[in-house]
Design a binder for this molecule. Structure first.
Ligand SMILES: Cc1ncc(COP(=O)(O)O)c(C=O)c1O
Length: 354
């Protein structure tokens, strides 16, 4: 037991995954045209309370297509958190639009919604919210701002599949919402993602963007630039099987969170994840720990020791304004987001695989 390394995350594949995968092989349906894709899109969208689901290759491509479907381009600004994964920002930057960053709330680690309105200008086209690590963003103020300034909302719900905001599923708030099914997510398809929307035109646009913008009537004549972001039937087969175990997985994540809370809450020098806010109970996608002022060690040093002890861990996100790639591009010059910076210096997460 002493030598066993505990990875930060491991999926659980003990339902019908093998059976449905065998069905793909037996029937020859391994491409994106197979029946599991449609079934997964419908069943997942239903679970998230959405009309349309567009299955894609990963959570990053889901965001890319969502941003592109809103025709975000060089004259536009998009507001998003500084503390997030690079996937959130890539298509905004590629499209030539300007990413406008917002600092985090020090307790929930999510975008500080109080700061968003100050960032809105006549060029702002959309807000891209990202629910971080297990608690949702406070959505009511964001929805009000979108309404007041006529902004589009993209909701990155990759980390919170199964979470709710005031009893409404995360993934049901955006004009377009996106999720990831990477193996560290609450349900997995190996690699995979989905775009969710209630808007038929946006759904159609995302389907076209996913499929190289082939036209249904004249296949090889293209009016737009798309991608091949198609999910295979094999990935979707895994997704359907995983979805059957969804509630069990979510209960388990909360159980893991509670176990850590019970054991770590007496520890000095650390800030643990908030158990709940007035709009949600933590779902603990990952169990994050932030070292506080009493602790002289940096997260990097603690992680090194934990890994030596066989406990897998990962650093928190490196804020977007500090990324070398964006500095080289001349973005975010002289900008500072102190909470995001501190979260990176002091935060890390420990194993919470299913
Ligand atoms: C918030 C968030 N958005 C997007 C992604 C990207 O998903 P994928 O790895 O499937 O591209 C991740 C991945 O961990 C994520 O945490």
């Amino acid at each position: 037991m002493a030598n066993k390394f505990i990875p930060v995350n491991e999926p659980l594949l003990q339902g019908n995954e093998k059976k449905y995968l065998s069905e793909c092989i037996d029937t020859g349906w391994i491409s994106s045209d197979g029946p599991f894709v449609k079934r997964f899109e419908e069943e997942f969208a239903l679970k998230m309370g959405r009309k349309f689901g567009i299955a894609v290759t990963n959570g990053t491509s889901a965001i890319d297509a969502a941003v592109q479907s809103l025709d975000i381009g060089k004259d536009d600004e998009v507001i998003l958190p500084a503390f997030t994964i690079i996937s959130s920002i890539l298509q905004i930057v590629r499209s030539g639009a300007t990413p406008v960053l917002v600092d985090s709330d020090p307790l929930t680690w999510n975008m500080d919604v109080k700061q968003v309105e100050y960032k809105i200008t006549s060029r702002t086209k959309a807000i891209l919210v990202v629910h971080i690590y297990g608690l949702p963003v406070d959505m009511d103020p964001i929805l009000k701002l979108c309404d007041k300034y006529n902004l589009k909302l993209i909701e990155d719900a990759a980390e919170v599949i199964g979470q709710t905001y005031k009893d409404k599923p995360c993934g049901s708030f955006g004009d377009l919402s996106t999720v990831s099914f990477y193996p560290n997510k609450h349900i997995t398809t190996g690699e995979g993602g989905m775009i969710l929307t209630d808007d038929e035109d946006l759904a159609k646009k995302c389907r076209e963007l996913r499929n190289l913008c082939f036209k249904s009537d004249n296949r090889f004549v293209h009016e737009n630039i798309g991608w091949n972001f198609r999910m295979t039937n094999m990935q979707a087969a895994l997704g359907v099987a995983q979805l059957e175990q969804f509630e069990k997985f979510i209960d388990k994540k909360r159980w893991i969170g509670k176990l850590y809370n019970d054991h770590l809450s007496k520890l000095n020098g650390v800030l643990l994840p908030l158990k709940e806010t007035n709009y949600a109970k933590n779902i603990y996608w990952v169990y994050g720990i932030v070292l506080n002022d009493e602790t002289k060690l940096k997260a990097k040093e603690v992680m090194k020791d934990l890994i030596k002890l066989g406990v897998g861990c990962r650093p928190f996100f490196y804020p977007m304004h500090q990324q070398p790639v964006f500095k080289k591009m001349g973005l975010f010059k002289d900008e500072s987001y102190p909470v995001a910076e501190q979260l990176y210096e002091r935060g890390f997460y420990i194993p919470s695989g299913l």
